[in-house]
Design a protein around this ligand. Structure first.
Ligand code: ATP
Length: 302
């Protein structure tokens, strides 16, 4: 038997970051949106454990850890231990989400692996248990399970869907010169914002904009507390954001911890125009995606 599960990249429409908690994690108030840029995880029955990764030519294959260090190994080990099952499967991960790009590609793979292996092993994990296992794997993994548009609190792992009446069009520009490590960006945030409040900035205006479906309103309320740190580490991104806006994007910003930049467009046609403009300026990889899309879900079963 072989099962393929698809999981989407996320954009943080709002990312409010507070001062580090005693456990070292930063408290977050974030609004996630799943966008149509997806990794596929295929699992097949096998007497042992193998993991392979394929990437498009614009992703550096060496940036994705092989078996042993891949987050998919950890997801499988956790699920197997939860049910007292042997960790047996042949897995292939087909990546399309930028690596170390602030779009939670690894988290998407972990969520997809949980769902796929749960089916392969006939484990019937409850939704609550899947969410708890996901939270152990990483702060963004529970959202990758549920998808759509959701409010994230705690360290981002406590997720609840929010009303969203829009179809939002995004232009996504992965970095051509490598990723940014999320811990490095948080460290820089701590240096730049020693006075960060314990309570992160709330998302009230943004939630109202999302519910309204109005892209101009959403553009005004997008917010990323990590942007200053990401731009400090990668000043070239500020130029890219200006360029996207000069080509007609309603608003450009760093995605999560970066360095991927995302641009909100008025509609699909505008998104194609902005993408064309950025491509013509020499950006080698410019993608268009819309959101919200579904969380991790089975696409083929054979
Ligand atoms: P986030 O936005 O959740 O902080 P990110 O999108 O910036 O994460 P990821 O693509 O999830 O970054 O990768 C973060 C690190 O995780 C990579 O540098 C890589 O070493 C490691 N990693 C482990 N497994 C995977 C995987 N399946 N895909 C991508 N990266 C992985």
């Amino acid at each position: 038997m072989s099962i393929t599960v698809r999981a989407a990249a996320k954009i943080n429409l709002h990312l409010g970051v507070g001062a580090p908690r005693p456990d070292g994690f930063h408290p977050l108030v974030t609004v996630y949106q799943a966008v149509g840029l997806c990794d596929d995880v295929t699992v097949s029955s096998s007497p042992g454990w193998t993991l392979g990764v394929t990437v498009p030519d614009w992703i550096d294959a060496d940036a994705v850890p092989v078996t042993g260090d891949n987050i998919v190994d950890r997801a499988a080990a956790l699920l197997a231990a939860h049910h007292g099952l042997p960790q047996h499967a042949a897995i292939s991960v087909e990546k399309s989400i930028p690596v170390a790009g602030g779009m939670a590609g690894g988290s998407a793979d972990a969520a997809a692996a949980l769902v796929a292996l749960d089916r392969l092993w006939d484990a019937h994990t409850s939704d609550d248990d899947l969410l708890a296992l996901a939270a152990e794997l990483g702060s963004d993994v529970p959202f990758a399970l549920i998808g759509g548009t959701a409010l994230g609190t705690g360290r981002g792992e406590l997720v609840e869907p929010v009303p969203d009446t829009g179809t939002w069009w995004w232009v996504v520009v992965p970095s051509a010169t490598g990723g940014l490590s999320t811990p490095t960006v948080y460290c820089r945030f701590d240096e730049l914002r020693p006075d960060a409040p314990a309570e992160p900035a709330g998302a009230g205006d943004l939630l109202a904009a999302v519910e309204s479906g109005d892209p101009e309103r959403l553009a005004e309320t997008l917010h990323n507390d990590l942007q200053e740190a990401a731009l400090d580490l990668r000043p070239d991104l500020a130029t890219l954001i200006d360029l996207g806006e000069s080509h007609g994007a309603l608003r450009g910003m760093v995605s999560g911890s970066g360095p991927t930049c995302v641009f909100l467009a008025r509609d699909a046609d505008d998104a194609r125009r902005v993408a064309g403009g950025l491509g013509a300026e020499g950006h080698p990889v410019v993608l268009v995606a819309n959101g919200p899309v579904a969380g991790a879900h089975v696409v083929t079963r054979a």
